[in-house]
Design a protein around this ligand. Sequence first.
Ligand SMILES: [Zn+2]
Length: 131
Amino acid sequence: MVRLITQNLLSCPSRACAYPTNFPLSFRNVTKLEMVEADFNEEFLRGVLSRLEWQALRKSAAELGNTDLPEQSPDLTRPEAIPLDLLKSLHHVLLEIVVADGEMVCPQCEHVYRIKDSIPNMLLAEHEIRR
Ligand SMILES: [Zn+2]
């Protein structure tokens, strides 16, 4: 399943590309979004916050039509201090929005990763694979 919690940890795996310019993959031509209700798990969410890239997450969420996240990043190094209402927004953005059909595009090499039936095709041609 392509959810923002996984997309936010994903950069283009092509050997022509390197972090940070191969991140985040942009959503394009999204023709099917699904809202999947997930159980709210506060402890899990607070645990995952320190690994998030806030501005990338905001940008990707906006590409999917969600503008709930504030521009100013909360202090992700102090997850215990993040207010519950923001945590609830994050829960929705990270876990409940599923891209069922569309594309993710590398901002560096512009390789298109197709998403079909919620499954991303991350395969590259042989010469593109990083060793
Ligand atoms: Zn790339």
